[in-house]
Design a protein around this ligand. Sequence first.
Ligand SMILES: NC(=O)c1ccc[n+]([C@@H]2O[C@H](COP(=O)([O-])OP(=O)(O)OC[C@H]3O[C@@H](n4cnc5c(N)ncnc54)[C@H](OP(=O)(O)O)[C@@H]3O)[C@@H](O)[C@H]2O)c1
Length: 291
Amino acid sequence: MIPLIVSGASGQLGKACIQNLSFLEGFNVYSFDRRQLDISDRDKISRVLSSLPKVNYWINCAAYTKVDDAEKNAHEANLYNAIAPGHIAEACKDAGVHLFDFSSDYVYHNDLRRPLKETDPTAPKGVYAISKRDGELAIAGSGASHTILRTSWVYGPGGHNFVNTMLRLAKTKTHLRIVGDQLGAPTFTFDIVEAVKSLIHLDIAGHRNDINGIFNFANSGEVTWDDFARRIFNLSGVNCNVETITTEEFGAPAPRPPYSILDCSKISALLNKSIPHWEDALQRYLAIPNK
Ligand SMILES: NC(=O)c1ccc[n+]([C@@H]2O[C@H](COP(=O)([O-])OP(=O)(O)OC[C@H]3O[C@@H](n4cnc5c(N)ncnc54)[C@H](OP(=O)(O)O)[C@@H]3O)[C@@H](O)[C@H]2O)c1
């Protein structure tokens, strides 16, 4: 059995971990939602680790993810995205546990107009993006063994995400105005968990050094939000007209990168696997009943 902790268990990525790291495949998951473990509670983190039988991995899915609200709640965003991951990392280091954490494509936000590599400069803009970059730095600075996956436009069952929002809105509206000048890659939580699983198996096979550090991970291909919405409606057989608007017209409080395609060749090469295309992932997601 591979014993591991999942924190932030009631978020969409946390739920995907619980659903896909199965007992039958040899994973023994100790899961904690926010009520059971607030990741800003440093003492509780240590108590959790010392109260359990030895665990090998901690998958932290907890984060402050309300990108626009973060602009006025900088204290919380910083506490949960920057400081708390550092506390988890320090506790993991002391306990000899490998930490998986998740960061965002928004940490790049540079002027490069080509797929972004892990070694490209980060220039996060806005409170959320800066807090995620600071979380990466806190984890790296702790000296803990860790893997950080930078991912983008995440959706999965039970989540507050773009796909579910589109499907919900289309029940009452026949016309939606969606931003068309941001290019990115929607990423399915189940594919993120598959990558984590593969990294764990690689680690067990003796490749700890190879899985350490920062990796981009997003479904392959690229799309704008308006075309993503059109594809969601088309695949779901929903009749809803999508009007393209600009980021400026939409007027969200937090800045968004206009170009945010992640070059995922580092993780693909390591795992010797190609990453599924976003359209393939979307079809698999839409086929899940009661999302
Ligand atoms: N969603 C995206 O598009 C996206 C894109 C790139 C990267 N990421 C990263 O991917 C990871 C997973 O995101 P997600 O999409 O699964 O987010 P999510 O669905 O919003 O889940 C985050 C979970 O963290 C919990 N949480 C917040 N503060 C906490 C605290 N102090 N202690 C314990 N739990 C806490 C939340 O609980 P409450 O709901 O009760 O607050 C929620 O259940 C995050 O690191 C996120 O930054 C997400």
